[in-house]
Design a protein around this ligand. Structure first.
Ligand code: NDP
Length: 330
């Protein structure tokens, strides 16, 4: 095992959080019960905020950034995990209150780990990453609601060319639902069609303020944009349908009315991936193992070296990343 290894750590510099590469040893890691040798992490929107310093994500410093990881158990004081077990971890406060995945080794609490489905390599697991696992939670929530049907009314995915959006398009299409992708990047249409999108809507159409009740179009939707986009999605949802809100890439506001809810029984469902209980995580990863087409997944992510992280953080905040980026921490 390496005596010392590279990590990306946020520290306090003149009262402000600042991230940089540094060298850690095993003795520096928190005293949690499972030591994981990390193979890959990934870049999510929240990572962009943390790494660039543009968002105050870490609530204590120093903090190893990175909200997800995939790797192998090396040592364990927990009966639930043995050396050699392949695991994935998403959320649980990583990069906020707990040290995260941008490091070659990390010590994790046993209950934060999810068994990696055999279907996926470490690289593929982080190709999916927290964004993709969140998309799976959203599709689970929509199906529990019960109004999306194969061959039925269309299902809307906003921020479609982003990480959450790309995986949501692929998972929904695999279930036979007609998927309309909302994107501001027409050059991604071919990519999104490859993932299974059957229709497109320019994101500017959803950014304009519209009537509180608009033409009923969607059986449901997955929204990672928030703000006016979410309000329009709700206003265009058919009687009894539901939109799952999971992100704020556009805005954290909700500038709408109650009319879709009280006149059309439209539901606004929420998804938080960070504190989702293990049962929901296992179901989401099982869905991904069953429905995520491996060829589609390959088109969705790039693997980048650890050193590229600061640049990628800026790019994801500028909306310049298509799909997902995996970080090779080795
Ligand atoms: P990405 O940056 O990969 O994707 C976001 C997409 O949103 C962009 O690709 C773009 O899509 C669209 N977008 C960006 N800015 C705007 C804007 N101003 N107006 C309209 N659309 C915009 O991020 P992720 O997919 O990783 O994350 C998406 C959101 O989901 C983030 O807010 C993130 O914090 C949240 N999230 C929440 C989780 C949870 O647990 N609830 C977990 C994971 C993510 P396009 O180019 O196609 O228009």
């Amino acid at each position: 095992m390496a005596e010392s290894f590279k990590a990306f750590v946020i520290t306090d510099v003149d009262g402000k959080p600042k991230g940089d590469f540094t060298t850690l040893t095993l003795a520096d890691l928190p005293d949690n019960d499972v030591l994981v040798e990390v193979a890959y992490s990934s870049v999510n929107y929240k990572d962009g905020l943390a790494v660039s310093g543009k968002g105050k994500i870490a609530r204590k410093l120093p903090m190893v950034a990175g909200i997800d990881l995939a790797g192998t158990v090396v040592e364990s004081r927990s009966p639930d995990w043995n050396p050699g077990d392949k695991v994935v971890a998403n959320g649980w406060g990583m990069s906020e209150t707990q040290w995260g995945g941008y490091t070659r080794f990390q010590r994790m609490k046993a209950e934060w780990l999810t068994r990696l489905p055999d279907a996926f390599s470490f690289e593929e697991a982080m190709g999916i990453g927290t964004a993709g696992y969140t998309a799976a939670l959203c599709v689970d929530a929509l199906e529990r609601w019960g109004t999306v049907r194969p061959g039925g009314k269309e299902v809307l995915v906003t921020g479609a060319a982003g990480g959450v959006g790309s995986v949501a398009v692929a998972l929904l299409a695999k279930r036979g639902y007609p998927v309309v992708a909302s994107t501001g990047r027409p050059e991604t249409h071919e990519y999104l069609r490859g993932l299974g999108a059957t229709g497109f809507i320019d994101r500017t159409a959803l950014l304009e303020k519209g009537a509180p009740l608009q033409k009923e179009r969607w059986a449901g939707g997955v929204d990672s944009v928030g703000g006016q986009t979410l309000v329009n999605a709700l206003s265009q949802t058919a009687w009894g349908g539901a939109i799952v809100a999971c992100g704020l890439a556009g805005s954290a506001d909700l500038p709408g009315t109650v009319l879709p809810h009280i006149l059309r029984s439209v539901a606004l469902l929420g998804v938080d991936s960070v504190m989702a209980p293990q049962q929901l995580r296992n179901a989401a990863w099982a869905r991904l193992a069953r429905d995520m087409d491996k060829n589609a997944l390959k088109t969705m992510y790039d693997v980048q070296p650890f050193n590229a992280l600061p640049d990628l953080a800026t790019k994801i905040l500028d909306g310049q990343i298509r799909g997902r980026v995996v970080i090779d921490v080795t």
